[in-house]
Write a protein that binds this ligand. Sequence first.
Ligand code: IVH
Length: 687
Amino acid sequence: MTETPPLTVLADDTAYAEAVQLAVDSAAAYYADGTSTLDDDAYDRLVRGIQAYEEEHPEAVLPSSPTGKVAGGAVVGDVPHTVPMLSLDNVFGAEQLSDWAAGLERRLGRAVTVWSVEPKLDGLAISARYHNGRLTQLVTRGDGSAGEDVSHAIGTIVGLPDRLADAVTVELRGEVMMTASQFEEACAKRQAHDGTTFANPRSAAAGTLRTRERPYVCELTFFGYGVLPPPDDHSDLAVRLRELPHSEIMDWVAAQGVQTTAATPVAGIVAETLERVQERVGEIAAVRPELPFGIDGIVIKCDLAADQAAAGFSSRAPRWAIAYKLPATEKITKLIGVEWNTGRTGVIAPRAVLEPVELDGSIVTYATLHNVADITRRGLMIGDSVTVYKAGDVIPRVEAPVVHLRTGDEQPIPIPTACPSCGDSIDSSQERWRCVRGRACRAIASIIYAVGRDQLDIEGLAENRIKQFLDAGFITDFADLFFLTREQLLGLERMGETSTDNLLAAIEQAKSRPLSRVFAALGVRGTGRSMSRRIARHFATMDNIRAADAEAIQQVEGIGPEKAPVVVAELAELAPLIDKLVQAGVNMTEPGATPPAEGEQTQSGLPLASMSVVVTGAMTGPLASLSRNEVNELIERAGGKASSSVSAKTSLLVAGEKTGSKRAKAETLGVRIMSPEEFADQVSAFL
Ligand code: IVH
């Protein structure tokens, strides 16, 4: 897993003083409204550098130093905490974790046999005070001993009810954050209000929590991770809450109607060995990219109250818990430039060119910028420091500019006034700009795609040939290929009798491809290979697909209310092309599929019904000769859903030779794994 990130090396007292000031300023901004000038990694590096310098030069330690202080000593509040709200110490890898555990067990003089392992939620710590079951006060962590009253946020936090199930007096502790969808909504609201957005979910949550009067309300989410009875309370419940294991206390919290991570794929678990703890760390890390909320690590705690009591606290953190930090998924880097490209469907897409930055295990140099509206909405400029997000397999994206890091030298992003591919005008009536020529602008790209191996699979039709046909005016789209004549082809350079006949035969063969491939060849925006297969299986015929309105299209798994109208509009635009294909005699049905009404019953009898299957590595045995797309087609013929990445939802991984991370991920998640041979056996009727 991760190693300790490097620290900032400080040369002398001046460098040290500057570093302390920078850390103090950053921490202040971070805890105030999330607008820190440093990303988490850079801050950690800096504080480690400060710590190292202080160990070497104890006489030089400044009182304002952030080391050993909760929240870097940044924040003060006026509501005292009943019990200090501490921080957690960090480890950055498996080895450090076992060192920490060994140290703890030495201190306890015994082995820890029950560990609790839960996600480290990336938000803000909050204390929620309930009196006789009613939520009466919300307080931020502040400097750990006193925080700020943010009770105005009561009623806007999902998972933190106004009333508990029982009329009890307790203090809940947990994390307030924004889920991905709450963040989107908050950005849209702020956008509509003042034309700006939030830098990331964490700063959005911080800003939202601490702003008293805002003309719009943004929803937040709470996940509890602890509970405290009043210090002087000796009731049965209070005694139980002090003596029960942490895991059982969390069950009690959930039973009170408060949200814990129990309902998520990263629910807290108890582990009896450090090996199992490590395994769980792997499992949580593996599903991180798919979670609807941010986590920045895993918290490992002694589950038993007796262990916690014996371990005690340092001034900053409990000794019975540790944060296993995961690599940052967001960093700040510079936006150097923006490139514009016209895609296959004529869409003109901007791409950010970044100062290379290491994120979640890879170097990111390019990131998606979506569209022009998005650029203006975020107010991005060339030279801006920007937050860039990447986790797992996701395409890196630029989240927002860090406005307070501007130097004044930033330049506006040049927006193209003509199509970067053909120079014709741009249709800017939609959010996604397109060349007025639409698909025709990059006809060659759409034709290459249509005849590709996973679509019509026309052998011998390389790019130079397609270009030749386009230049000769024989074709304008891929449907025209089916009308090419022997005479036309023979009249071209480098086209002999044999190659002409072979090509014509290959084109003829392509007419009988299943509908799923013909549909994929159309290159409908928002539908790739697997979506095309789902659409074809769902509707069974092209006529059914064309007759479907947005609502009917939404019945296909994976097509939501946003995509459905796009598909309908695209099909209308493609009508002349589809008509031409029909006229050419191209197959327009999906073998074995039945139209929607009866569809449901037939699916359920299939061997892979309702299973999500992922294929990885080189196939062997009966599957050896199949392309990946063909294996996926096989999965879907057998009633399953082919997916490309392993997640908690995966039912089966077919693992061939030379597998890498997918197998490891499936193993950590406990997903069933089969060899290609075993799998071929299961679906032999569909081969
Ligand atoms: S337990 C005495 N559990 O991480 C502190 N904290 O970096 C015990 N956090 O201040 C905290 N998820 O705000 C705990 N599952 C979790 C957590 C968690 C996030 C936060 C918490 C804490 C910070 C330390």
